[in-house]
Design a protein around this ligand. Structure first.
Ligand code: CUA
Length: 386
């Protein structure tokens, strides 16, 4: 520390021991990378970029939408939201401090004269402070902040009775949703549309039928892996009725991206009515014999439609992987787990082009079936509503 006042940048040099320590560290980096000269010329430009870039942070305030964790709609998601902001804020402070120190090193003109022993000691302090103490403190702070958040998603016993239980099964690449009835057996089964009561905790029992998937409703909280051969339970709650996006959050094969789930939270009585509609005994539409025959011939071995006449099912077509239950397909908002919006003619279109729309999906191509038959089946399936 032999430098004297009067050198370029000496005011800063004298500011604290801290800064000289940084310089030792940065000298090492710069010597290694050889960027010193060009970087000096870029300092001004870097500052301008930083000043220009900061307002962009304001854009984060626009992070809304049905898949945004920054727009929480339930207690779990709100808790996660604050953990996210705390982590983001803290990492920004650390990044800005490091960035400022880094820029500062380009402003000094000469090397300070130190013995190798002094330099080593300073270097060691940085390694211990920045490499051990800072991460340790950050992790402990994160743990203290995040532990209650994680706890709120565990299905602990509730003082006011049981939470609603809904089973979600991950398939390549669609979602099966099962609602337990009186005796615990699922009595309403649907696909790619999850209806839940709002304003109360719901326990999602998560399983997988094939590979690892992950259940994630960003605006309600989560996510949680769905591991074949085991089940896990995730407790989530929607503050008020609404529609939310959800997505498989674990890479599960070629069509992982097209594994979307439409989530609707309803008032308790609407939810009950929704279930009751699906529990009520139903009759299949009369006068659609050809469509039913074709469905029995080509589809019914893999796809269930409640009340479909057993004698029409062509068992030769059965294959190991069951497809979605189609009992209420006409009331679902999308086809192919989010690939197509449900509208008139959409099912027939899907049946004809599904391997182009969602290549690799487990339903075999229908090239051997003529378009008219597919249109018949599609039109008939569209009537499948409670
Ligand atoms: Cu299922 Cu990714």
């Amino acid at each position: 520390m032999k430098r004297v006042a009067g050198d370029g940048g000496t005011a800063l040099d004298r500011a604290s021991g801290l800064f000289s320590h940084v310089r030792v560290l940065c000298d090492g980096f710069i010597a290694l990378s050889g960027i010193q000269r060009s970087a000096r010329q870029r300092v001004n430009r870097s500052w301008r970029l930083a000043l220009f870039g900061l307002p962009l942070l304001g854009l984060l305030s626009g992070c809304a939408g049905e898949m945004s964790i920054l727009d929480p709609a339930g207690p779990s998601a709100s808790a996660q939201f604050w953990v996210w902001w705390a982590m983001f804020g803290f990492s920004m402070v650390v990044a800005l401090v490091l960035f400022a120190l880094w820029l500062y090193t380009f402003r000094r003109r000469e090397q300070p004269k130190r013995t190798p022993r002094e330099e080593q000691r300073i270097m060691l302090r940085w390694v211990i402070g920045g490499g051990i103490l800072l991460p340790l403190a950050s992790i402990v702070a994160l743990l203290v902040l995040a532990a209650p958040t994680g706890r709120s998603m565990i299905p602990l016993p509730l003082p006011e009775g049981e939470a609603e239980l809904i089973e979600v099964v991950g398939h390549q690449w669609w979602w099966e949703i099962r609602y337990p009835g009186e005796n615990g057996e699922p009595d309403v089964v649907t696909a790619n549309r999850l209806v839940m009561p709002a304003g109360e905790p719901v326990d999602f029992r998560l399983v997988s039928a094939d590979v690892i998937h992950a259940f994630w409703i960003p605006r309600l909280g989560g996510k949680r892996d769905m591991v074949p051969g085991r089940h896990s339970v995730l407790r989530l709650e929607a503050d008020v009725p609404g529609v939310f996006g959800a997505q498989c959050a674990e890479y599960c094969g070629a069509q992982h991206t097209n594994m979307l789930l439409h989530v609707e939270a309803m008032e308790r009585e609407d939810y009950e009515a929704w279930l009751a509609e699906r529990r009520a005994p139903r009759e299949l539409q009369q006068g659609a014999d050809e469509a039913q025959e074709a469905f029995g011939e080509h589809c019914a071995a893999c796809h269930t439609v409640e009340g479909f006449p057993q004698e029409l099912i062509n068992d030769d077509m059965a294959h190991d992987i069951p497809g979605p239950d189609l009992t209420d397909i006409g009331s679902r908002p999308t086809l192919g787990a989010g690939v197509l919006p449900m509208e008139e003619g959409a099912i027939a279109y899907w049946l004809e082009h599904h391997q182009t729309l969602k290549p690799g999906n487990r339903m075999p191509p229908h090239n051997h079936i003529d378009t008219e038959t597919l249109q018949d089946i599609g039109a008939w399936l569209e009537t499948m509503e409670p």
